[in-house]
Structure formats: C-alpha cells, structure tokens
Design a protein around this ligand. Sequence first.
Ligand code: XLS
Ligand code: NI
Ligand code: NI
Length: 437
Amino acid sequence: MKIAFPNVKNISYEGVRSKNPLAFKHYNADEIVAGKTMREHLRFAVVYWHTFRGMGSDPFGPGTMQRPWDDGSNSVSNAQNRARVAFEFIEKLGAPFYCWHDRDVAPEGKTLAESNKNFDAVAKILKEEQKRTGIKLLWGTANLFSNPRFVHGAGTSCNADVFAFAAAQIKKAMEVTHELGGAGYTFWGGREGYMTLLNTDMKRELEHLAKLLHLAVEYKKQIGFKGQFYIEPKPKEPTKHQYDSDAAACLNFLREYDLLPHFKLNIETNHATLAGHSMQHELEVAGAANALGSIDANTGDELLGWDTDQFPTNIYLTTYTMLTILKYGGLTTGGVNFDAKVRRESFEPVDLFHAHIGGMDAFARGLKIAAAIRKDGRLAEFVKSRYASWDSGIGAKIESGKTSLKELETYILKKGEAAANTSGRQEFLENLINEFI
Ligand code: XLS
Ligand code: NI
Ligand code: NI
C-alpha cells in the first residue's frame, strides 16, 4: 500500500518549548499523573466518521477535503484501503483507540445480506490492522439515521419493518464489535425523536425504544459480549426534539424501563451546549448516578446553534472536564473520543494531525491542571467545609433519616433563627482555579 501521510513521522512529545506543529507540547503518554500514565487516564480515540469519511460538505456546498488516498468510489476495495490509511494515521498520532459506525467502515449494499458481507470484508482488515498496531476499538455503533429508510427514526419509527431493520443492523454491529474486541458499544439516538407532536405517539415510541435496547441487552448476553453499553444524550438535530435529550432525561428513561444496570452515558460537549448545559453539568449528573462512562470530546460555538463538532482547545473546558472525571474515579471502559471534525476550510490531510494534536494537548493540560488542583486540596476542602453543618447535630440527624417535621419545628422554635450563612466565595474560587491554569 502507498503511504498516505509521507511527510508525517510518528508524533512525539517534545515539551512546551518545542515550536514543531507536529509534536506534542503537553501529552506525554508515559508520564505519570495522579498515579497513572497519561495514556491510561485519557484513553484517546479517533473517530472514523469525521476523520476518514467527513468530506466537509455543508448545506451550501459540497465537500472540500483533499483525501488523495480515497478514489471517491463506494467500493469495498476503496473502503479496505481507507481502513489501512486510518490505521497509518492513528498509529502516527499515537492514539490507543478508535470508534466507528458500521456504515463508516464499509459501503451499504442493496440488501442487508450484501451490507453485512461488505462489513465483514472491511472488518477483516480492521482486525489485521488492530493486531499489527495494537490499536483497540473503544466502541462500535450502528448508523441508524443516514439511510432514507430511517426518515421517521429507527427504534421509534412508526414503521415496524424499520424497527426490525434497525435491530438486525445492531445485531451485526454488535457482533463485529465483539469480534474486534471492542471495549464498548454506543447507542446515539440518531433520529429517535420527533419533528411534530401532531403525528407522534410519544409514549408508544419510547416503549419501542426501550424494547430495542432490551433486545440488545439480551443479545449481548447471548454472544458473551462483555463491553460496556452507552447512551449518548443530545437534545436536537437532526430532529427538533430528540428523546435522549440530556443526561438527566437519559437516566430517567433508563430507570423507567429497567435498563439502568446495563448502560452508562457517553457525554458529548457540543450536545451539552445544545441542551443548555455545561459539559461539567452533564458529567456531574452522570457521575452522581454512577453512570459516567465515556466522553465525546469536542466543542461547539456559542454563536452557532448547531452541532459544529470542533476540536477542543479551551483549557478551562478540559480542566473542568477532567476535574469531574477524576472526581468520579476516572475513565475505565470509556475514553476521550474526538467526535470532532476539521473545518471545511482546513482541507489538507495535515490539518487532521494539527486538530488531533491540539485536542490531545488540551486534554493533557486539563488533566495535569485538574490533578494539581486535587493535590492542592483547597477546592475540595472548601466544598467539604461548606457542608459541615451536615456532619453532626441536626444535619447528621436529617441525613440519616432519624428526624421528623415535628422535631425540626421544635429545634427551630427553640433556636428562634437558623445559624448564619457563610459566603459562597465564587470569585475567590475562580481565582483559585486561575492559579493553576
Ligand atoms: C452525533 C453523534 C454521533 C455519535 C455516534 O451528533 O455525536 O456522532 O457519537 O453515533
Ligand atoms: Ni458523538
Ligand atoms: Ni455530535
């Protein structure tokens, strides 16, 4: 095979003084931070869809990306060649993981049987390349939103045949994920939502979605797939209202339909923004429910109301993200998955390297800063002491459930007024964070 990136050598760590754009300034894979290597903490993953299939088209014009290795055809051999290119890229970058949708890696055929055959033919190459490089699959997923058959959704389609098709596609994608030793499998509700309630039976659609996930849980057991299942919240786009709108809505759905033990959440930054939340809020909601699984690392644009999927470079964002991830014990099955794309104007192959290197460095800095803040301890100590009234006396009694409204009334009647409040000290804490940035 011809080399796709002849002018790029393996990206190495050169430290903060380096001026080499094709080197890491902060991500030093083997460096130990808070007891683990950066590689183990961050578990970086490259996505197949944006990085190897995204051509930069937008509603006003076609793609602009120069991808000289791609012959532009929908053939299996082009897909196989692309798979080798993908591994050349991921290997040179030094990311330990990657992710795909079934239809990113192999062309869809005229029938499901043909699609499955194409998928197997490319999965064979993926397996060879995984073995050659040691790069692993973080998670697989099925694309249940691009083909026009999914116009009304997949699991929530009004058309039962479409539900069956989606189920068959999930079955196959899960089998291939299993075959490739995937650490997880993700369900993002592509078109699982609605455009208008005038034509929608919401309750029925939600029940169907739960049914589909239960079938997947059952099949997972059957084939002995041990990977983690994830749900990825997103509030809108492509539908006006997606059912998995945010972390809290996903948790409620999973709980209502007895699915919670089988799933964790895959939290994406730009989706949090679209939901009107910060990334840290979504991570905190997931973490508090013991369901923080993985992240799709990207960023949106505050001036644009859609999923722009930009690479994350903001150090505050990565610091707050890593603070919450470390707080909840770090990533285990999941990773920092760059569900992000280069801008339409950044069309040269080398831009793919700049984008990923920047994202990895931003997360490495976020990790180091978050670890330093935790080691310093002042932030955690402040929060702890803020809640000190709950550690003894009436607070401890309330927390342990050993009181009543009557007793609380007697308590306050006796005191006459509650103890004085103390300042929240937001500015002091913001300054404290800035000491570390
Ligand atoms: C789209 C989603 C998608 C999922 C995988 O907005 O982020 O890319 O991560 O289906
Ligand atoms: Ni995503
Ligand atoms: Ni997205």
